[in-house]
Design a protein around this ligand. Structure first.
Ligand code: LLP
Length: 431
């Protein structure tokens, strides 16, 4: 299985979701985000099927919408019967506008503002995933004010190090997220939640990190969480009904990344959960997971137009494209790997070693260093693969560059899911 096994159509052009990418670039302009709707649905179904098979009918995968958030995606998630994980009022509002039923929405974040809490309760958010005591108190207060009893999960840190990039590792004791089991803070917040009048404690949540290719950290985390659930049951006679194991499965950005079997991994995690529940005499809770990257990353591709090709003899060569860190900041932030291709000459052998760089006024504006490309000439189309996660959602207007449109592809057809920002959009909020 390759990241992009297309060696060009009869004209030597790269295709994506069965469509000639150069024609899409011509039709919509570049930079351009492409999203393969059928692939997104296929990825959702991998989770849905595995969940039903191994965890039972009531288990629910939630799409972590921080990885990509716009109305059309929430519609697709509703159609695929996925829940969602949201982290801001902006994501909640987008989901509402898409008609997504918020009863299957879980509101995360380590610092929900008073407005977030008020707005989400007003709009009937299903659950808050509560990070800390101050937030718990505020939710209790706001729910009381609105005459509601609010369902929550508590975010706990199980102390698992999943060996991923430091910036996206979150389950360790000293993480900024959640309440640590090891320090006793998890037990304290649980007791407080149980005593609060307007709070209904439904379960616990943990998220250990992102871009993880091993199953072991997941069942280790599940083990620690079940251990804690058992302790709470014994000490306080309270058995929670939901366990959320977070997101984090890795995807292949280049051929160096391993192929990961999500179904097989979920099977193993489920087996381990069943065994522990049996030993500890716990009922198997409703299991949730929150995949983001593994739902949308490989459904995405970004197209650019090559501009300047600069060769510095004895040093290095650059291919400048008409986007960059504004539409994909992941290399600048994490030195993230990507597969880059000359989409106009996909049938030729890559032989030009270069760095593909953006057009922002800063040297760190790099899409990828030292890639092998078919040497482009100005005007040819450059494709960056696997950009469906954390690209559009992390895009910025640095240098007052407008965000590219998102074009959905399905069954050989293309349609606009998000319009590109115009120059007028750039000044819209300026007074
Ligand atoms: N649940 C929670 C609580 C999370 O914090 C995250 C990701 C997820 C689920 C989804 O994880 P995924 O399945 O997508 O790995 N911007 C970084 C990734 C940050 C991940 C943040 N949390 C990147 O571009 O790699």
């Amino acid at each position: 299985m390759y990241i992009c096994d297309n060696i060009g159509n009869c004209e030597g052009h790269l295709t994506f979701a069965g469509i000639d990418t150069t024609l899409l670039a011509e039709k919509y302009g570049t930079p351009l985000y492409l999203m393969d709707e059928d692939k997104i649905r296929e990825n959702c179904r991998i989770y849905k099927n595995a969940f039903t098979k191994y965890f039972g009918e009531n288990a629910l995968p939630l799409f972590a919408s921080k990885s990509a958030s716009f109305k059309r995606l929430y519609e697709i998630m509703a159609e695929e019967k996925m829940g969602i994980d949201v982290v801001s009022s902006g994501e909640v509002y987008t989901a509402i506008k898409a008609g997504f039923d918020l009863k299957n929405a879980y509101f995360h974040s380590n610092n929900k503002t008073d407005f977030d809490i008020e707005f989400a309760i007003q709009n009937g958010i299903g659950y808050f995933v509560v990070d800390n005591i101050q937030e718990l108190e505020r939710i209790n207060f706001e729910a009381g004010k609105q005459g509601k009893k609010q369902d929550i999960l508590l975010r706990l840190t199980p102390g698992i190090d999943p060996h991923t990039f430091e910036a996206i590792s979150t389950g360790k004791v000293d993480s900024k997220f959640g309440s640590a089991i090891e320090t006793g803070q998890a037990e304290i917040i649980t007791c407080q939640a149980l005593e609060m009048e307007n709070i209904n404690l439904c379960g616990f949540h943990c998220h250990i990190g992102s871009q993880i290719f091993e199953t072991e950290p997941f069942y280790k985390a599940a083990e620690v969480m079940l251990e804690f659930i058992s302790l709470i049951k014994e000490k306080y006679c309270y058995e929670i009904s939901q366990l959320n194991l977070g997101g984090g499965y890795g995807v292949r950005y280049t051929n160096n990344d391993p192929v990961f079997d999500i179904d097989g991994s979920i099977k193993q995690v489920a087996k381990s959960i069943k065994e522990i529940c049996e030993i500890k005499k716990l009922s198997i809770p409703k299991i949730l997971m929150e995949p983001g990257r593994s739902i949308v990353a490989n459904a995405g591709m970004t197209l650019y137009t090559a501009g300047t090709v600069k060769e510095i003899p004895g040093f290095k060569s650059y291919v400048s494209i008409d986007g960059g860190m504004t539409d994909n900041p992941r290399y600048a932030l994490y030195k993230a790997d990507y597969t880059v291709l000359n989409a106009s000459k996909a049938d030729k052998t890559p032989d030009f070693k270069c760095s593909v760089v953006g057009r922002c006024c800063e040297s760190g504006d790099i899409i990828q260093e030292n890639v092998n490309l078919v040497k482009p000439t100005r005007g040819e189309i450059i494709a960056v693969c696997t950009t469906g996660a954390y690209n559009y959602s992390m895009a910025s207007n640095y240098n007052r560059v407008g965000k590219p449109p998102v074009i959905m592809l399905s069954k050989g057809k293309d349609y606009i899911a998000v319009k590109g920002e115009t120059l007028e959009d750039i000044v819209r909020n300026d007074i």
